[in-house]
Design a protein around this ligand. Structure first.
Ligand code: AMP
Length: 544
């Protein structure tokens, strides 16, 4: 017997209309790509989104069409989020940091009809355009004054200005697709994750809850995580749901610009990947500056190092909330919340606990399995391959036959993790990055964390390098701005924190480390670069 409740679909357009009705004056603040700061109330943003929706409809965009964006975090990008999904089309957010051939692949694979592009990405688009047969029109996300001369492209501001804001959003099933985001592995072509209106709204509700990001109408949040990477962790939706003040940093992600924006707008919640916080903390340290209002920094995408957790706490009185997620999870999976018990702990103990990625938010179930898909105990010690399931987890990839990651009703994340008895999860490593030495596993993340707690180390990366005797041995690469790290003292420091046989056989100082398009350490690049490193010295390395 079915329940007797209204079957009212949860649509993305409802979010912006809700914000406009309940919080008409609350602001979305955005740094322009060209220059300056621009402010829109949710009422204005809803009107502009409706103008864009009308423009898209007038152009002939229909339900299910893919419309791509190559854009930074700005109010115009946010309008595209609402207008494109709102008319029933699918917003395909493209990561401009990917290789041009990957971008070409994604646009052609998705058969995008229109491209909405920030001026800064026009050269990239122009170089690819001859090989993008599905693309009919480029819309430049700017005003007439900043349009490139002699182009056939549409100017966003001029285009939408021709339409009225009294647009009536169509209603349709919330199972319809709303957004498309490709995830790029280290091998093969990127794979598309196709979100629905239902999954986006449920995820936004989960993100706002106090047992997740705790977003309220009084929160002022700044997602540094890009809107082209898993929809900026869903924050443009969650902020509208709560009428929260949303600060969008545009293209200026350097320490000085971020600091200026955080202070000027009195941001209290930051969200981003560790590399961006390394840049910010470095800037603050160099200029002896302190963050005043930031109470919480959500760190995800890669493991938050202990030194970062400590520095935010002790210098800036900001609490690092470590979270874990994936493109396939929209992305929120687990979150390590500041419970009263944690907050009353001695700081050193608490920082250790903050290294864990936390407990699943309601809606997400976690399980670790062995290689025969047998469930493993939640004892905080046993390593297993992490699987998840839930209403905002992908059930397959877009236009992709391979279902191998989706066997047995779970999604195989490709992460290796432990789960404590209280369900707190800790990522040990990426399946591909865990170092297999003499039949045992070494966590590259744990070694990196240990190295980064050594004074003067800005960043550390550990990769498994083929070794004739042990199959693989760890190699550590460090970035130290002073360039005079005492390597034997570092080795002693590591020896106090990890098992002897985990110690890297070599430590190499490098000027910088390569990062992927989503800000993660690009271990595949380093593995290739240092592939031969141990092959000439088969007897090095401690016995496992
Ligand atoms: P993406 O889909 O690009 O967001 O990448 C998802 C992957 O990033 C996960 O499978 C993890 O390997 C990694 N990841 C995300 N959050 C964390 C975290 N807090 N700690 C360690 N790894 C993480």
């Amino acid at each position: 017997m079915h329940g007797l409740m209204m079957n009212r679909p949860l649509l993305i357009s409802d979010l912006i209309e809700h914000a406009a009705r309940l919080y008409p004056e609350n602001e979305v603040v955005s740094r322009h790509i060209e220059s300056g700061i621009v402010r829109h109330s949710y009422l204005q943003l809803a009107r502009r989104s409706r103008q864009l929706a009308q423009a898209l409809t007038d152009y002939g965009v229909i339900a299910g069409d893919r419309i791509a964006t190559l854009a930074w975090n700005t109010h115009r990008h946010m309008e595209a989020y609402y207008a494109i999904s709102g008319v029933g089309a699918i917003i395909h957010t493209i990561n401009p940091r990917l290789f041009p051939e990957q971008i070409r692949y994604m646009i052609n694979h998705a058969t995008d009809r229109l491209l909405l592009v920030d001026c800064s990405f026009l050269p990239l688009v122009l170089s690819l355009l001859p090989e993008l047969p599905s693309v009919e029109q480029i819309i430049v996300l700017t005003d007439a004054a900043h349009m490139p001369p002699d182009s056939n492209f549409l100017c966003y501001e001029t285009w939408i200005a021709a339409f009225h804001h009294q647009f009536h959003w169509p209603r349709f099933s919330d199972a319809e697709a709303s957004a498309l985001c490709y995830t790029s592995g280290t091998t093969g072509n990127p794979k598309g994750v196709l979100y629905s209106h239902y999954s986006v709204l449920l995820h936004a509700m989960a993100a706002c809850r106090t047992d997740a990001l705790g977003i309220t109408p009084h929160t002022c949040l700044l997602p540094v995580v890009p809107m082209f990477h898993v929809c900026a962790w869903g924050t443009p939706y969650a902020a509208a749901m709560m009428g929260a003040r949303l600060v969008l940093p545009g293209a200026a992600l350097d320490g000085a610009s971020l600091y200026e924006l955080i202070v000027a707008e009195q941001v209290d919640l930051l969200l981003g990947v560790p590399t961006i916080w390394l840049t910010l903390l470095n800037y603050l340290r160099e200029h002896q500056l302190q963050l005043k209002n930031v109470s919480r920094v959500v760190v995800g995408g890669s493991a938050a190092p202990l030194s970062m957790i400590r520095e935010f706490a002790e210098v800036h009185q900001s609490y690092v909330i470590h979270a874990w997620g994936m493109t396939e999870l929209s992305p929120l999976g687990t979150i390590n919340l500041p419970t009263p018990a944690l907050q009353s702990m001695a700081p050193a103990l608490r920082y250790q606990h903050q290294l864990k990625q936390g407990r699943p938010v309601f809606g997400i179930e976690l399980q670790i399995f062995d290689e025969h898909l047998r469930p493993l105990p939640h004892d905080g010690k046993t390593f297993g391959v992490l699987h998840v399931r839930g209403p905002w987890v992908a059930q397959r990839y877009f236009r992709h036959e391979d279902l191998s990651a989706f066997a047995n009703g779970w999604f195989n994340t490709g992460d290796i993790a432990t789960i404590d008895a209280d369900e707190t999860m800790q990522i040990v490593d990426r399946d591909k990055d865990v170092i297999k030495s003499g039949g045992e596993w070494i966590s590259s993340i744990e070694l990196e964390n240990a190295a980064m707690s050594f004074p003067g180390i800005l960043e550390a990366c550990v990769v498994g390098i083929p070794h004739p005797r042990w199959a693989e041995r760890p190699l550590m690469l460090i970035v130290s701005p002073t360039g005079n790290t005492d390597l034997s003292a570092l080795r002693d420091h590591l020896a106090e924190r990890v098992a002897r046989w985990w110690l890297p056989d070599s430590i190499v100082t490098v000027p910088e480390l390569p990062h992927s398009a989503t800000g993660k350490l690009s271990k595949v690049t380093l593995r290739n670069q240092y592939r031969q490193f141990y092959s000439q010295s088969p007897d090095t390395g401690a016995a496992p």
